[in-house]
Structures are given as C-alpha cells and as structure tokens.
Design a protein around this ligand. Structure first.
Ligand code: BGC
Length: 748
C-alpha cells in the first residue's frame, strides 16, 4: 500500500473513532425548547436557516460524510436524526452487508421484505399508476423496518444489451423511463421515505464502472441520459440523487461540477441532496465544491473496503469527507464555510420535508401486507410480454390439456431478480414450476425436468455425460406431455451488478435444450427469465409461443401461470428493443471502450431511435407485445392542427377491443420531425396510455402535447428548441406498428 494511503487511513481511523465522539461534547449554546427550527409550522427554509445557525462547524462537517455503511451522523444535541438507508430499488434489502452475505440462507443479517419485479418488468407494464403503488409499498416497508431512505429508483438508460444492471432500470427510452421514475419517486415520498434517483449520470456499463470515462456530447446527455433525472426532480420533486460511479467527460461523477451544479442544480432546479455512490469519492474539497452533499459510506466497514487488496486499483475509494478532513480543508481555505453551509442546508431541508425530523421513529404499515403483495403480483403479471403466439398455442385450455412438462434451469428455482445490491430476500418466492403446478391443480399432470444445469452453478451437471442425461430426460418429459414449457434465462450470478454480460446468448446448453424440446413436442412454449434480450436465431422460427417474464420478483411464478392459462391477458410491451444479434445493437462498436475511455459515438441513436432510423430490423421492436385479444386504433384527431408558441395540442383517438377477451392495449404516441435543422431520429416516444377494454368496448384516449414534446436539444443554442414546420403525430402499438398518422404544424 502506498505511504500516502497508509497515512490517510490512519488519519481516517483516528477521525472516525475519536473525532465524532468529541464533537458532540464540545461546549454549545443551549437549545431552547421552542427554538424556531422545531416549529413544524414554520416554512422549511426558515427552519433550515435556524438549525444551521445553531450548528458548530464540526457538527456541519460531520453531516457530509457517512457515519456508517448506510447511515448519516445523528446530532443528538440538536435532535438531528441519522438518515438510515437501505437498498433498493426492487424492494428493501438488508443494510447490514452485501447480498451475498445477507441473502445467504440462515444468515442472521437477512431482512425479508417483498421482492418486486425488476425495473425492466415494471417498465413493461407501461403503467405508472402501478409503479407508484410499488413505490408506496416499498416506502411502507422501509418505514416498517425502521429505515428512512431507499436507494432507488435506477433510471439509467439501457444503452446496450450487455449492461449487467439493465434489469434494474426502465429500458431504452427517456420518456418511458421518466414516467416510471417519477411514479416510483412519488410513491416512495408519499410515505415520507427518501428515494435516491440513481446513478447520475450515464451509468451504462459495469466494465471498470468506477474508472471508465464516458465521452458524451451535450445533446446526447440532454436527450437520452438526463431526462429521467430531470423528470424525477421537476415532476417527482425528488429529495435525493445518487451520483454515478463512472466519469463523465473526464471527471468523476461525484465531483463533476457541470453535472452536479450546472445541470442538476441550475438547469433542473434540484433542491434535495446529492450522495455519492458507495466508495466513489477521490478527494475532499473537489466533491464538496462540485456540489456533492454527502459521501457514502463511512465508518469501519468503509475503511475495510478501501484497504482490501486491489481496491485502489479498481477505483474503490472513500472516506475523504470525514469530519477531520473537511475541517482541515476549510482551514486550508480549499472549502469555504458558505459552501459547507449549502451542503448542510440541502441535507437538513430533506430531513425536514420528509418528516424525518418531526417524527423519526414513526413506523407505518407493516411488511408483506396484502396490498404490497398485490402490487408485486400485478407488476409481475402486467410486465409479462407475449412475444410470439403462432397457432394460438396460448392461452392453455385446461379443459383440453391433461399433461404439461415444465423444463429448464429456471423452472424450479425462483430467479426473482438480477444480482447485486438490488437483490431482495423475500419471505417466499414462487418459481415458474410452483405457479404452474398450483394453477394446473389435480386434473393436469405436471412433470419437471431440469434439461440443463445453469452455467456456473453446479459442476456435477456440467460433464458431457451429465449433460446428455439431462437432455434425454427433458426430451422424454416433453414427448410424453401435451404441452412443454421451457423456462430459460440467466442467474443472478451471470446477470447482475459489478460485471457485464459477456454475451447476448443464453447460458451454455440452453439453446440446445430449446431445440431438443421443440423437436420432441411441437406444442412448446419458451419462457425467458432474464433482464436483457437474448439471441434467439437458432430456435425462434420453430418456436410456437414465446413469453418474456423478466425477473418477476416473488410473485413471478404465479404471474406466469396466470398468463399461460389466460386468467390474465398479456399486456406487457417491450421497454427495450431486442436486436437479432448483438452486432446489430447501436453501441456495439463503442463498448466497453479502450484505455478506460468509452465514446458514446452512437449519440442520440439509442434503441429504436437507432433501429428505426437506420432501418435495421430488430427481432422484436420497442413497444411490442401481443395479447390474447386484438385492438383497433381509429379516429386520430389533432386539435388544433396548427399551433404557435407554447400553445398545447390535444390528440385524441379511439381504441377498440375487437376480440373476444378483455384486455389492455398500450397506445403509444411518437412524433416525427422531418424538417428540423439537425438530424433527428425517425421518431420519438412522447406519450402513452394503457387502456383496459372489455370485448367489443371502445374508449377515447387523449394526449396533451406541448412545445417541449416537439423539441430537440440544440448544441448551438445549448438549449431545447423546436423548428417551425410540419411534424407528424404517429400513434401505434409499437415503434414499428404505427396505425395512424396526422400532421401537426408548428407556426413560426
Ligand atoms: C451500487 C448502488 C447501491 C450502493 C449501496 C453500489 O455499489 O452501485 O446502486 O445503492 O452500492 O449498496
């Protein structure tokens, strides 16, 4: 270990173990019982100013560095509570250690809470109201567990199909991600719980995630990677934002003044606090001066983590904002007291507005309540996407089917989520096989075969003989059943935080398993249980039915069964395009970068913006998903059809359920700008609504568009602008299934 590191660590140890204790014992002016900051009726700014004015410099400094792994420092003298955090975002995870430790069976550190579907599954519902309910449920559980803050939502954009954390976020489109992120924030905050919108900004690969320097032009940042953060701040009123691990344009996100000051504070008007992602700070004065309000984590565990061999080389760094370090930098004139006051004010403001100061111990609803479980089940169900249903194999008809063979490495194990800090330990989790068995009841025989071991899970299943046997069993099971259901996908080890996927292909042996089962039984349903697209070219043509259940949380198996048997009608739509092959994806040539630099050279052409503009046919397009019924869109009307200035436009149309089952359609509105001064994607999503319809029923749906919906970010003006001319309003059921089009004129 380098000498300077050693010195710093000693200083840190000293600071942590001795300094914090001595702070609180320093002589302070007594605090009157009726001090203004204690008055709930006073405006929050007045309370903040009063409280801040009573704090010593040491106390202020102690607030900006983490106190423990998941806590801020309490200041008892003034009644300032510690902010107690938990991961996030797909439920509440134990704050006492990594998932690997706390989720292990028998672990004393385990915390059981509702495991919600992955973000990508929730995005597939296109149902912000449901995401808001999920946020509310998570907020309740946070409180019930005695915590105050949930480290989510993740709103990073799915730039390319290998990012290990794509499952956490809401897909490839900034508008969809914005709506979902806002809904999550609103739900959480309604419970008085602090969310943390993460990771700001452009955390889009796990490869060298703490050291990679992303070169992103301003237009791309503004149009693709920032809108979900902006919406969370401006529409959701988010109380906290977490900086990313990566660098953006040469500077670490935790000390990136253009991001934290110019964009987040000045452009977006953010009033909450910014915390660092865990162990991603690199100095003391720079992050504070750049607008970071809180370094996380602090304490002995943080010290252990930065001392671990190899930590420094991989960019693990922290404990820079300890009380002593901050005081030293103030003394040296590198941080002004006014700057520290600003940071402290951001934190205090949230402690007041969230209610944490006034009722810190309040515990609301419990854990795993019926409403929480219902939100998890509804999310899992509405998030399932029916990708193919040739010959109408689905829904399964229990009156005609006598036997089902359930096969595959993801059939009997409930793989509820991807790996890493978001992986929740639920009280129970329903595997696909459990869900199917329960639904099938006694009249349908359900058999099970593993088919192939999950890559990397059990070496005994990985020998040529073991593989041959497993495959043989699977073929036999399939051949003897009326229907075969093959559940394939990834594990939380393969797909998760800390590393990217190495391939878009399914793990070893799974393509072969699908082909073998399909050869044995023509009535085969393939179910995907992953958070990212997979390559399907070797089997898709022969596959009669394909369902994507993503990682569906604890209720995934029930949700899947209800879709397979038609108790629920699939209504999920892809929030990310599925390319035919990895090489087709927009960032293919610019990932993972070289010499710790990655150029986002594809610019704004991410996802369907790329596939649809460059005419590259995806396997399944953005917004796509089938139903057991059919829908018709008609009667598109734009009022007025010519606008100027900030005048809003009303778009309306009729949606009709033309089939025989109740179902829900997600009507998507895209704008096409063929006349702008600079290149724009062939179309961009600007509205959507999920409509539930009984058979034969029609409903009118409305959208309101404003000038912002027509605008692009102009590098020349460094601002959003819309060029007068004729736009096309497109309405459809996916980015490649546009049913109706109508012109809209923006006058000069
Ligand atoms: C992750 C964050 C997470 C934090 C705390 C980091 O490694 O990137 O998303 O909230 O750890 O567990």
């Amino acid at each position: 270990m380098p000498q300077y590191m050693m010195r710093r660590i000693l200083a840190i140890s000293f600071a942590f173990f001795f300094a914090v204790g001595s702070l609180t014992s320093a002589a302070q002016a007594p605090v009157p019982a009726n001090a203004p900051y204690k008055d709930v009726k006073l405006p929050v700014d007045k309370r903040v100013a009063d409280l801040r004015g009573r704090m010593t410099l040491e106390e202020k400094a102690s607030l900006v560095g983490g106190y423990g792994w998941m806590e801020t420092a309490p200041i008892e003298r003034l009644g300032i509570p510690s902010i107690k955090m938990a991961d996030g975002p797909l439920g509440v995870r134990s704050w006492m250690g990594s998932s690997a430790i706390t989720n292990a069976s028998g672990s004393k550190l385990k915390i059981e809470s509702t495991s919600f579907p992955s973000g990508i599954a929730m995005a597939s519902t296109w149902n912000p109201e449901l995401v808001e309910r999920e946020g509310e449920a998570i907020g309740q559980e946070v409180k019930a567990l005695g915590r105050d803050m949930i480290l989510g939502p993740t709103v990073n954009i799915n730039r390319q199909p290998l990012w290990g954390r794509n499952f956490e976020g809401y897909g490839e489109d900034p508008y969809l991600s914005s709506r979902m992120g806002v809904a999550y924030v609103r739900g959480v905050q309604r419970q008085g719980v602090i969310p943390s919108v993460k990771h700001f900004a452009a955390n889009n690969e796990e490869f060298e995630r703490r050291r990679i320097d992303e070169q992103i032009d301003q237009r791309t940042l503004h149009e693709i990677y920032l809108p979900a953060f902006k919406a969370a701040v401006q529409q959701g009123g988010a109380w906290a934002v977490m900086s990313a691990y990566n660098k953006v344009n040469g500077e670490n996100a935790s000390q990136n003044a253009p991001l934290l000051q110019d964009i987040l504070r000045k452009e977006f008007g953010f009033k909450g606090f910014v915390l660092s992602d865990w162990l991603s700070t690199y100095s003391t004065a720079a992050p504070i001066n750049a607008g970071l309000d809180l370094e996380m984590p602090g304490g002995p565990r943080a010290l252990d983590a930065i001392k671990r061999p190899g930590a420094e080389g991989s960019g693990v760094s922290g404990l820079w904002l300890t009380t002593q370090n901050v005081l030293a930098e103030i003394k040296a004139g590198h941080i002004s007291q006014a700057t520290l006051d600003t940071n402290v004010s951001h934190l205090l403001r949230v402690i007041f507005v969230s209610g944490l100061f006034d009722h810190p111990q309040e515990k609301l609803a419990g854990l795993d309540t019926p409403a929480q479980k219902a939100a998890a089940l509804e999310g899992a169900t509405q998030g399932i996407v029916l990708l193919k249903n040739a010959g109408l194999l689905l829904p399964l008809d229990p009156a005609k089917i006598r036997s089902i063979a359930v096969i595959g490495p993801n059939a009997a194990i409930a793989r509820t989520g991807g790996g890493g800090s978001s992986l929740v330990a639920p009280k129970y989790a329903i595997a696909p096989l459990d869900g199917i068995r329960t639904r099938a009841g006694n009249d349908i025989k359900v058999t099970y075969a593993l088919g192939v071991g999950m890559e990397g899970e059990d070496p005994a299943q990985d020998t040529p003989e073991a593989r041959a046997n497993l495959l043989k069993e699977a073929k036999e099971a399939a051949a003897h059943a009326d229907v075969a259901i093959v559940v394939v996908g990834r594990s939380s080890k393969i797909e998760g935080e800390g590393h990217d996927l190495t391939t878009m292909d399914l793990p070893a042996g799974q393509d072969e398993l699908i082909a073998a089962v399909e050869a044995a039984n023509p009535h085969t349903v393939v179910v995907l249980n992953t958070g990212n697209p997979v390559t399907m070219s070797s089997w898709l043509e022969q596959t009669p039915a394909l369902v994507d259940m993503w990682y569906g949380g604890q209720e995934g198996g029930h949700a899947l069964a209800s879709i397979l048997f038609g108790d629920a009608n699939p209504s999920g739509k892809l929030p990310a395009s599925f390319p035919k092959k990895l090489q087709d994806s927009p960032a293919y040539a610019n990932y993972p970068g070289e010499n710790l630099k990655v150029n986002f050279a594809e610019g704004i052409y991410v996802g369907y913006r790329y596939y649809d503009t460059k005419n590259i046919e995806p396997q399944f397009p953005f917004g796509f998903g089938l139903s057991y019924t059919t829908f018709k869109l008609s009667g598109l009307s734009i009022t007025p059809a010519k606008v100027s200035g900030q005048q809003p436009v009303q778009v309306s149309l009729k949606v009709t359920n033309t089939g025989k089952r109740a179902g829900a359609e997600v009507v998507q509105l895209y704008i096409h700008d063929g006349h702008s001064k600079i290149d724009r994607p062939t179309h961009e999503l600007k509205g959507f609504t999920r409509v539930e319809l009984a058979p034969g029923q029609s409903k009118l749906v409305y959208f309101s568009l404003d000038r912002a919906a027509l605008s692009y970010w102009s590098p020349e003006m460094m601002d959003w602008t819309a060029d007068p001319g004729t736009f096309e309003i497109q309405v459809g059921s996916s980015s490649r299934d546009i049913a109706l089009r109508a012109p809209l004129v923006l006058a000069k």
